[in-house]
Design a protein around this ligand. Structure first.
Ligand SMILES: C[S@@+](CC[C@H](N)C(=O)[O-])C[C@H]1O[C@@H](n2cnc3c(N)ncnc32)[C@H](O)[C@@H]1O
Length: 173
């Protein structure tokens, strides 16, 4: 995370707060997630070099860039985001990261079913129901981490486990 400075992914008005461990407003009702929360999610996601990753609710593009570094040049990360201005901004911030790209999410369709399956899926927006459509975009041995009922939950085809603690996110729409 230190090697992927958060400030580069933030709008100018909040850049001075980049080093603070809190979520920051990035416009369009979205936030750049709190660094300690991102760290907890990525530890739980357990990425490995070469994996194909889907970043649902990629927002600023910061998590997309961090994960692109973790999966290395043989891996890839696709970010999907509902807010078009954030897609434009994050795509610019991700220039120079060849194994990461972002695209506009299709309304009414979760994830990117045409681009899957994915070894890992990170969801950065809260839901109270497990989105089966995303589970179906996982490889057979894949794993997804998402905020489910205020807990960080890791989902595989075998089952679910929750990390300690409670977390608040903007809603998954
Ligand atoms: C917490 S914010 C951004 C998190 C991002 N990882 C970051 O640190 O910048 C979550 C984002 O999820 C987006 N979002 C909500 N529902 C979505 C959906 N169904 N598909 C794609 N993006 C969605 C919101 O627009 C918001 O930008």
């Amino acid at each position: 995370m230190d090697a992927t400075p958060r400030t580069h992914f933030l709008p100018p008005n909040v850049r001075r707060s980049a080093d603070q461990d809190r979520a920051l407003q990035i416009g369009y009702g979205s936030t750049c997630s709190q660094p300690s929360t991102v760290a907890a999610m990525l530890r739980f996601l357990d990425l490995a070099p070469g994996q194909r990753v889907l970043d649902v609710g990629s927002g600023s593009g910061w998590t997309t860039a961090i994960m692109a570094r973790l999966v290395g040049p043989q891996g890839s990360v696709l970010g999907v985001e509902l807010e078009e201005p954030l897609v434009t901004r994050s795509a610019a911030a991700l220039k120079g990261v060849p194994n990461a790209r972002v695209q506009l999410a299709v309304k009414g369709q979760l994830g990117a079913p045409d681009d899957g399956p994915f070894h890992r899926i990170l969801v950065s927006a809260a839901t109270s129901r497990l989105p089966q459509a995303l589970v179906e975009q996982l490889t057979p041995d894949g794993a997804m981490v998402l905020p489910l009922n205020s807990r960080l939950v890791r989902v595989t085809r075998e089952g679910q486990e929750a990390a300690p603690g409670y977390y608040a996110f903007v809603p998954l729409r």
